[in-house]
Structure formats: structure tokens, C-alpha cells
Design a protein around this ligand. Structure first.
Ligand code: SF4
Length: 297
């Protein structure tokens, strides 16, 4: 179900831009997401979204964005994609994200977009144009296995489609990379999965890959996730309960060894895997800290 709502404000100021792609102002045009990832943290009680599969669209978001950007003295990165996917399927018809990018481009602001959808290709030209100031795009990829993704991210485009979209944006000169997060304990925490994600990201032209080898679990979202484990991975719930009890931040077992393994794979390929080295808007019409990937192909 799609519902229209009116928001009071759109942009939220971030406390620590350097820790997340230089994002200074974050925007969520949608609340709720049709991608239906079984692990999605946005289902948590604290966000107050009752039916997460319903999408609430802030119908006045374009007017708000214009108003708020015209009042900003300093140009800084606008981010989107933290609480819901800006390219959730309904965006195809509504085009709110596309129109917001037009506004960002008109006002000469940099942008950072996180998505799991190849629908972003519709806006490739616009993003390329924003890149003249600065733009970065991160695709979330928790596995390179299309059939596993169909279970854990049932409404999102396949990982292979995301990688193909990444390739097209990278070829168009857009700074692109991967968020490998979360990595689900006992499901995705294998060397084979990590290697496949790094290898395929690299061969698709990703310049960076930022990992989190673990997941978050809390209140309502934990219950939802466990119900999906019961359905698709019988018996696994018990392992989680034993290992993590009521923990919020749940690191995979052997995280240290897997981080070293992952780091070496990235180093061998010249891929940035540390947020402090990711290219960000530097205030002078470009990015800094750029370590180009030497071995794309
Ligand atoms: S794409 Fe992101 S916001 Fe949407 S369901 Fe998946 S994790 Fe949640």
C-alpha cells in the first residue's frame, strides 16, 4: 500500500559526516521499503513505522528540498538511502528521488546515494551531472549469490543486476562502490561469500567496498528476522539465541580472521575498504582522499 504524507522538514543534519561518505544532510523521501530484506533494521520499534512494507511518501518533499537548500550557506553532501531505499519499486512511477536529484543538481550540491536497485540507472545522466560537483553511489551487496538474495532480500533486484548497474555507472565516470553490510551470521559469513562479493565488485568497477561483518538485532525487528529464519533456515534461530541473546550489535564468529581475509582481498585489488580513504566532497568542486583502483577489468 502506498500512502501520501506531508512532512515538516526533509533534511536532517548529521553529527559526523566523515564517518559516512561526508554526508552532512540526510534525506528520506520514503518511509517503509518494498525490498523486504528480512534483516532490515528500519523495522525496529524506535522508528515507529507500523507496517514496514507499506510505503509512505512525503509528497511535499521536492518543495521542502528547494526551500531548505536555498537557505543553506555552505554547500555540503546530501545523502539518501539510510532508512529506506530511494529506489524502492514505487519510485519508478512516482519519480520523487529523480526529481530531488534534479533539485540537488540545480542548486549545485554534492550527493551520496545508497541503493540496492538498478532503477538508479534511470537517473544516470543526472548523477553524472552532479558528479561535476561531486557524487558517489554505493550499492549494498551482502551476497553475490542471486538465489540466496531472493530469500533474504526478496523484493530487491538481484545482486547480479546491482553489479551490472554499478558497472554502467562506473563506466560513465561516477564514483561507485559497495556496502557489504550486514553480513548475516551462519548464513553469509563464509570466506567463499566474502571472496565472491569482493571479486565481483572489483570486476564490475567498484572503487571501494565498506564492510560490516555482523548485523543488528532488536525488539520487533529481531522477532521478524527470527520468524523468517524459522521459515527458510530451520533450527538457526536457536544458534542466534545462544550466541547473541539480547545483543544489539551481533558480530559474526571469527570476525577478526574474516576481516583480515577481506582486507587482503581488497589490498590485492587496490580497492579502498576504509571509510577514511573513501573519496568525499572536499568543498572545492571535487573529492579528496581518492585512491584509484589500479586493477579494474
Ligand atoms: S533495501 Fe534497505 S531499507 Fe529497504 S528493506 Fe532492504 S535493508 Fe531495509
Amino acid at each position: 500500500m502506498i500512502r501520501e504524507i506531508s512532512a515538516k522538514t526533509l533534511l536532517t543534519r548529521m553529527k559526523s559526516p566523515a564517518s559516512w561518505f561526508g554526508v552532512t544532510y540526510n534525506m528520506n523521501i520514503y518511509r517503509g521499503c518494498q525490498h523486504g530484506c528480512i534483516y532490515c533494521d528500519s523495522r525496529s520499534q524506535c522508528y515507529g513505522i507500523e507496517n514496514f512494507e507499506d510505503v509512505l511518501v512525503k509528497v511535499n518533499s521536492i518543495a521542502l528540498l528547494k526551500k531548505e537548500l536555498s537557505g543553506k550557506r555552505k554547500v555540503a553532501t546530501i545523502g539518501t538511502g539510510s532508512m529506506s531505499d530511494p529506489y524502492t519499486p514505487v519510485e519508478k512511477h512516482l519519480n520523487f528521488t529523480g526529481r530531488a536529484l534534479e533539485v540537488i543538481e540545480n542548486y549545485g550540491f554534492p550527493a551520496h546515494i545508497v541503493t540496492k536497485s538498478d532503477l538508479i540507472l534511470r537517473d544516470a545522466e543526472l548523477i553524472r551531472s552532479i558528479s561535476r560537483v561531486f557524487a558517489s553511489v554505493a550499492f549494498t551487496l551482502t551476497t553475490a549469490d542471486d538465489s540466496l538474495a531472493a530469500i533474504i532480500e526478496p523484493g530487491a533486484p538481484r545482486p547480479s543486476a546491482r553489479l551490472d548497474a554499478l558497472r554502467q555507472l562506473a563506466d560513465a565516470g561516477v564514483y561507485t562502490g559497495i556496502l557489504m553490510m550486514p553480513v548475516l551470521p551462519y548464513i553469509e559469513d563464509t570466506k567463499e561469500n566474502i571472496e565472491a562479493v569482493v571479486r565481483q565488485s572489483h570486476s564490475s568497477g567498484a572503487s571501494f567496498i565498506i564492510p560490516w561483518l555482523g548485523m543488528s538485532l532488536r525488539d520487533r525487528q529481531r522477532e521478524y528476522y527470527f520468524s523468517k529464519l524459522d521459515l527458510h533456515f530451520p533450527g538457526l534461530r536457536r544458534k542466534y539465541e545462544k550466541e547473541y541473546s539480547s545483543l544489539y550489535s551481533c558480530a559474526v564468529k571469527s570476525a577478526g580472521e574474516l576481516y583480515s581475509f577481506f582486507g587482503k582481498l581488497c589490498e590485492d585489488r587496490g580497492m579502498t575498504c576504509d571509510m577514511k580513504n573513501v573519496r568525499k566532497y572536499n568543498g572545492n568542486g571535487g573529492g579528496d582522499c581518492f585512491q584509484p583502483s589500479l586493477f579494474h577489468g
